[in-house]
Write a protein that binds this ligand. Structure first.
Ligand SMILES: NC(=O)C1=CN([C@@H]2O[C@H](COP(=O)(O)OP(=O)(O)OC[C@H]3O[C@@H](n4cnc5c(N)ncnc54)[C@H](OP(=O)(O)O)[C@@H]3O)[C@@H](O)[C@H]2O)C=CC1
Ligand SMILES: O=C(CO)[C@H](O)[C@H](O)COP(=O)(O)O
Length: 478
């Protein structure tokens, strides 16, 4: 077989199939392969006219059909399946070839794979891809990591097929080894927070106003015309206005209230604990999904645990809706601020040198969290690339400051009326914590010194101290 494909894609489920079509539509001859040949056949049968494909049944034929240095996109289930595909590919590849793992891999796996393949002279580019099925076809947001030299040949192709905003590709080199998959992981963590906040806003409007799904959908559609404009708000309006054909009920009311997860949110929280970065919005969103799936616990509590809740007293419907909108926007800013803190901490820890402004720029289009306000984040990091806290950028300080009274009203009304708002509440608590001149952490540190001689520092002089709590309570310098 004469090698003539400029790129290859192995793994042709929803994402790989559409990425392959996207490459072909952009004029790249695309080699395609899947473990089970049926998916390859159906891609060619249904979409062969999209461009120039070279289908192969065997991995050997697939690899042989790609020009050197080969660029092979792996788009299979993360974890074991990715390792299995790499193990099959490697004996068929040569020095200088590039494997692009575009699945949702856990970044420590990407670091390991990159190091192992580097020894064989093969570039391994762990690449975050976001946008779901539609984005993969029409332009996703792409977050490639790996060795910078691999981006020289690969980058132009990935930028070509990525989404564009104002003519700028939603793809850029992120950083070495696992940086691309790390940034995609945090993207998904923020996605969890965004979705939870939207769900809480929906619940408040439903319980507070007694509004129907249709009416709340209309409110979201209205919000999508302002600062909150984003893909997730847009699809929320659509979902809420959708009617179940079988029952005639609002679709959202016939869906079981259990939100599943595949792992990226959990990984984000686990990593934040390792790095010591408080990403409370993302963590609460992840735990809220876990609570929704806590079937025996919920069954034991419903109708049993007393609520002692008040009743809603909303006199001004429009003012309440505006309060919810502002609380949502402020909480969303907190979630992004925390996510960008986590990226900064990991960048420091692993020596990745990630440009946070560029990450916000490539998330403006193509991905699930695409939103108008990402422009504001890019601008904030352009003003100060070392910004220690996104919330402290003058633009965000202003908008959150304008919303804080609404935010407090909503969180307190939710608590008084027994409506769970873990993400709204924890985001407000973070806001108040991070802006506090003095935290009660002083008492915790004093307790630690009491029971474990863990020492403390003083506010009035340098040094590390210990009090002899069980003896004469004299202070010694450690
Ligand atoms: N779905 C989405 O919206 C998004 C998904 N992703 C990520 O992209 C990747 C692909 O996702 P998606 O398209 O949804 O498909 P799936 O995650 O459902 O994976 C299915 C694909 O993996 C292949 N596969 C599974 N096990 C093996 C194995 N042991 N050896 C070889 N191939 C195997 C399947 O081959 P076969 O057909 O033979 O079973 C099939 O091609 C995943 O890592 C996912 O996390 C990223 C962004 C968005
Ligand atoms: O990567 C994605 C979107 O960006 C995938 O859709 C992913 O599956 C979403 O995560 P989860 O399944 O845990 O909700």
């Amino acid at each position: 077989m004469s090698a003539r494909a400029q790129i290859g894609v192995t793994g042709l489920a929803v994402m790989g199939r559409n990425l392959a079509r996207n490459f072909a539509r952009h004029g790249y001859t695309t080699a395609v392969h899947n473990r089970s040949y049926a998916k390859t056949e159906s891609l060619i049968a249904d979409h062969g006219s999209d461009g120039d494909f070279i289908p192969s049944e065997s991995m050997a034929d697939f690899v042989a059909s790609i020009e050197r240095p080969r660029k092979v996109v792996v788009m299979v289930k993360a974890g074991g399946p990715t390792d299995a595909v790499i193990a099959e590919l490697v004996p068929l590849l040569e020095q200088g070839d590039i494997i692009i793992d575009a699945g949702n891999a856990h970044f420590p796996d990407t670091r390991r794979r990159e190091a192992e393949l580097k020894e064989k002279g093969i570039h391994f580019v762990g690449t975050g891809v976001s946008g779901g099925e539609e984005g993969a076809l029409n332009g996703p947001s792409i977050m490639p990591g790996g060795a910078p030299e691999s981006y020289e040949t690969l980058g132009p192709i990935l930028e070509d097929i990525s989404a564009k905003v104002d003519g700028v590709p939603c793809c850029t080199y992120v950083g070495p080894d696992g940086a691309g998959h790390f940034v995609k992981m945090v993207h998904n963590g923020i996605e969890y927070a965004d979705m939870q906040l939207i769900a809480e806003a929906y619940d408040l409007l439903k319980q507070g106003l007694g509004a129907s799904a249709q009416e709340i959908g209309e409110i979201f559609a209205e919000w999508n015309k302002g600062d909150l404009e984003s893909f997730l708000i847009e699809i929320t309006a659509d979902v809420l206005q959708h009617v179940d054909a079988e029952t005639g009920k609002a679709f959202v009311d016939i869906v079981l209230d259990r939100a599943e997860q595949k792992g990226t949110g959990r990984w984000t929280v686990q990593n934040a604990l390792d790095l010591g970065v408080p990403i409370t919005g993302i963590a609460e969103a992840t735990f809220a999904r876990a609570l929704s799936g806590s079937v025996p616990q919920r069954a034991a509590a419903v109708g049993v645990l007393p609520a002692e809740a008040g009743s809603w007293e909303i006199t001004d419907r429009d003012a309440f809706i505006e309060d919810v909108r502002r609380a949502l926007y402020s909480s969303k800013v907190v979630a992004y601020s925390q996510g960008f803190d986590q990226i900064a901490a990991a960048s420091e820890e692993f020596g990745w040198d990630i440009d946070r402004g560029a990450m916000a720029r490539i998330w403006r289009g193509g991905c699930i969290i695409r939103a108008r306000f990402l422009n504001r984040i890019t601008e904030a990091y352009e003003r100060d690339e070392n910004l220690p806290l996104l919330l402290a950028d003058p633009y965000f300080t202003k908008v959150v400051g304008e919303g804080v009274a609404s935010w407090r009203r909503i969180v307190s009304q939710a608590a008084l009326n027994g409506v769970p708002t873990p993400a709204f509440s924890s985001s407000l608590a973070y806001y108040d914590g991070v802006r506090a001149e003095r935290l009660p952490a002083s008492l915790i540190q004093a307790q630690r010194d009491f029971f474990g001689a863990h020492t403390y520092q003083r506010v009035d002089k340098p040094g590390v101290f210990h009090t002899e709590w069980t003896r004469d309570r004299s202070e010694t310098e450690a």
